[in-house]
Design a binder for this molecule. Structure first.
Ligand code: 6LW
Length: 579
């Protein structure tokens, strides 16, 4: 039987790195630790849905089904199992894969891109990286197709797919598409039908915000085209026709595509044809999903749909949306929502209730199968990090170690800071709730004034809030620092006693409150409160930066321009939702 304290970490391939800083001297004698007994794989991160009876007594589920940064969802069904992927941008590993048996409760089971040979994010800007993956299953094989955006090495967009027999991996190395073409192509998708593999994606249009959708047939083993790409869809007149998927349903070909841009004008439209290359007749009922005319509704920016069909033809849609707070400011990012698809007598689809969706909807007629809840505390007592943890771009070997000091996550601060377009020594995970308290126990004895470690609330390289431990003129202190539009400021500080400290951020819909306490979390001092709005997509957008991601909360260390000599040892991290 494992010691309760040790048993709570989720185990998986995450950001694992080799041994720490080589300063083996730094062991904490006050915390003698017996060798950890072998550990079973701990529970993986789960999204448990609050199924409640509706007014008719029938079960209802809560939207979003995947809260926090989970945009551009794509889904496929294999028998009774559902698998879903979302965009991952500058974060590594890339393309999270979720599993469900009831469409409303989900478990993160792995990632499709876990090796440098599959994903090299070096030099990718914030909100660049992996965009809008599509997941499909055909003849016993899974296919994940996506775009790497903003990679200097690729010199433009790189469309590719990887395959696997088991969604938990291993996944293949990338199979490139497009040759030297398609550097402006994005939002790739696949349809397996008629013995063919149809490959479609966005590409050049008359103007940047009016791309067109192009299609060809490919060899699904090599990616080679069977003919040149052919333009098949121009949209219905709105900006940014994108996120197109082709389906063969009811003996015809349906092309679903988003339009209006991924903000408050977002919508989904559909066209239909008798052949896979069209011409596609737009639905007389378009848009089939939008909240652009429901400005006051708690859900906004709905669009970018993918469909899943049951054996009985029942069809459900997953799509992205946002939940703005404190006015029109969304900081959690674009999340994954679910709604039923109704077909009219003449075969035209409509999503939700006439294109409208709610935070609570009647649940799919599937047995509710909630997985075990994710424990709030991660004690870093396992050989690998939980799947919940990501690095910003590809991690550098040696930056994060679970072996250097057993029972701790040792982060070796490098020269890279959180504000650099590089790979800081850091591990971060999605903020999935508006109301929460996140805490971490840190044992860090900085020797130089440049050395820093702590807890970060990150929107991007240029927008983050950091609760740091540093060496000040009068000894060790905790600092609350902001990085806003590339400018740094210290907005709170407090002296701290020697030894381990507890770093804490409490969040609600519109603010973060930062505090520091002693090793036991006592002697708590509040360093300040900061608005969520400043880290919202809208505020960051107003500063001229595309912002496609959501808030990540995590742990970091840096030497601010040179390697740190003192290791930062995190004993545990706790993520406790308060909603
Ligand atoms: C994605 C595009 C979009 O490629 O945002 O919501 C981009 N729409 O379809 C990144 O998420």
């Amino acid at each position: 039987m494992l010691r309760a304290k040790q048993r709570t970490v989720a185990l998986a391939v995450g950001v694992a790195a080799a041994v720490g800083l080589g300063c083996a001297a730094v062991t904490d004698a006050s915390k003698p630790r017996p060798p950890a007994p072998p550990v079973a794989a701990a529970p993986q991160p789960t999204f448990i849905n609050a199924i409640l009876p509706g007014v008719d007594g029938k079960p209802t589920f809560a939207n979003p089904i995947l809260s926090g940064m989970n945009p551009d969802p794509s889904i496929c069904r294999v028998g009774a199992d559902f698998y879903l992927v979302t965009s991952s941008f500058e974060y590594f590993p890339g393309v999270p894969i979720y599993h469900s048996r009831d469409l409303v409760n989900w478990t993160l089971i792995g990632h499709a891109l876990t090796r440098e040979s599959q994903l090299d994010l070096a030099g990718v800007y914030s909100s660049g990286g992996i965009y809008a993956p599509t997941l499909r299953h055909h003849a016993g094989r899974f296919y994940m197709i996506t775009t790497l955006v903003g990679s200097p090495r690729r010199g433009g967009n790189f469309n590719f797919f990887v395959t696997a027999d088991d969604p938990r991996g291993p996944w293949s190395d990338p199979i490139a598409l497009d040759g030297n073409e398609g550097k402006d192509g994005f939002d790739p998708s696949l349809l397996f039908a008629d013995g063919e593999a149809y490959y479609l994606r966005d590409g050049k249009g008359p103007t940047q915000d009016h791309p067109r959708v192009y299609q060809t047939r490919i060899d699904p083993t090599t990616g080679a085209r069977r003919e040149p790409m052919k333009e098949i869809w121009q949209g219905t007149g709105g900006i940014w026709p994108e996120g197109a998927h082709l389906y063969k349903m009811k003996g015809r070909y349906y092309l679903f595509a988003a339009e209006g841009g991924t903000e408050y004008g977002h919508m989904e439209v559909v066209g239909r044809a008798d052949t896979p290359f069209g011409p596609f007749e737009p639905s007389p009922k378009n848009p089939i999903l939008t909240h652009r005319d429901r400005g006051e509704h708690p859900i906004q920016a709905t669009g970018h749909v993918d469909l899943v069909e049951f054996d009985d033809g029942t069809t459900w849609a997953v799509f992205l949306g946002v939940r703005p707070q404190g006015g029109r400011y969304q900081h959690l990012g674009r999340e994954t929502f679910l709604a039923p698809v109704q077909f009219s007598a003449d075969g035209w689809p409509m999503i939700g209730d006439g294109g409208r969706v709610e935070l609570r909807l009647p649940a799919p007629a599937l047995a509710n199968r909630p997985p075990a809840a994710t424990p709030a505390r991660d004690d870093f007592d396992h050989p690998a990090l939980s799947l919940a943890w990501n690095s910003v771009r590809n991690p550098h070997a040696g930056d994060v170690s679970l072996a250097a000091r057993p029972g701790f996550a040792r982060i070796a601060g490098s020269a890279v800071t959180l504000s650099d377009a590089g790979s800081p020594a850091a591990i971060v995970q999605c903020q999935r709730h508006f109301k929460l308290r996140a805490r971490a126990s840190l044992d860090f004895a900085p020797r130089e004034a440049n050395e820093e470690a702590g807890l970060t609330v990150r929107a991007s390289d240029a927008f983050h809030y950091d609760l740091a431990v540093k060496r000040g003129a009068a000894g060790r202190e905790a600092l609350l620092a902001t990085r806003i539009a590339g400018a740094s400021a210290v907005v709170g500080r407090a002296p701290i006693p020697d030894g381990a400290v507890t770093l804490e951020v409490s969040a609600d819909e519109t603010s973060y409150t930062f505090a520091v306490g002693d090793g036991a979390g006592a002697q708590r001092q509040v360093l300040g409160a900061l608005p969520t709005r400043t880290l919202s997509a809208e505020e960051i957008g107003r500063k001229g930066k595309n912002h496609f991601t959501g808030i990540m909360i995590g742990l970091y260390a840096t030497g601010n321009g040179r390697p740190s000599t003192a290791p930062a040892d995190f004993d545990w991290f706790e993520y406790a939702p308060a909603e």
